[in-house]
Design a protein around this ligand. Sequence first.
Ligand code: ZN
Ligand code: ZN
Length: 362
Amino acid sequence: MTQDVRGVVATAKGAPVTVETIHIPDVGPGEAVVQVQACGVCHTDLHYREGGINDDFPFLLGHEAAGIVESIGAGVTSLAPGDFVVLNWRAVCGSCRSCRKGKPWYCFSTHNATQKMTLADGKPLSPALGIGAFAEKTLVAAGQCTKVDADADPAAAGLLGCGVMAGFGAATYTGGISRGDSIAVFGCGGVGNAAIAAAKLAGAAIIIAIDLDPRKLAWAKEFGATHTIDGSRENTVERIQALTNGNGADVCIEAVGNTHVLQQAFYSRDLAGTVVQVGVPTPDMAFPAIPMIDFFGRGGALKSSWYGDCLPSRDFPMLIDLFLQGRFPLDKFVSETITLDDVESAFHKMERGEVLRSVVVL
Ligand SMILES: [Zn+2]
Ligand SMILES: [Zn+2]
């Protein structure tokens, strides 16, 4: 049964988003239709609207979502209608060369729904990150749905779908943060604060938050930062060294996506430490000019983190359980709840740094 729902669409580069009628095809093999309950507003949605990802307009935005499975296609055995799920944008294939090597979190062949959702005039939509969840319902690949405990508030649970998972995983999996470690997190939006919360959960001894915005540093304290540095007023590298007995941090997380910040992260790191790049750079940014002798002489690792090297089937249910036990403050990322009609104004609040996450609740 095909159906029409309301959804938030970016029709042209830089133009304000509008709420349009979205046509959803009948569910096909390997697919699921999900009734969206909540979807967070992420920088990546704004990036799509500004043409920063690609030119495949019109985009159906939204990708940090939780909801209820309405219908499943032929061959889907992992889900049933009525399941409460969090959507993910890296549904692993199970058969590519990385999956076969036992590293499915790097899967090189993640997949989305085969069929296209369309506008009322039949024009095919490009769903943001293969999800498109600023809509009453969306069509995804069944592998993009991860069943979690239905006791969790959908507005909080959906945030696991992107930024919070990326930040948690950047610290936990890519960075390997552990008990007693020191960590410096550059950029304290949703991703950075998730890295801070992960470091606290892992038992890190020193958690240093760096940002240019005092509001974001105050949030970082709430998530577990033991020290904060205002990068606009202080020498970041020297402060981090001073806070770590002159050594630098064991793990430095770059959650901004900026050449200069990556350079600071590199020099803020202890010998044999790890730098993790999880902030998404723009195509014009170059790797910082670091003398090779500094790279060689300091040892350790420089790593990028795709989606926090997460495995949704492993991590989403675990983090929802920790949230329900009061050990991971997922609900603290929700600054406000809004409707589909408020997404454009939520973009402006995000640009002004007023919110950690606005979440559309349906
Ligand atoms: Zn794979
Ligand atoms: Zn996102």
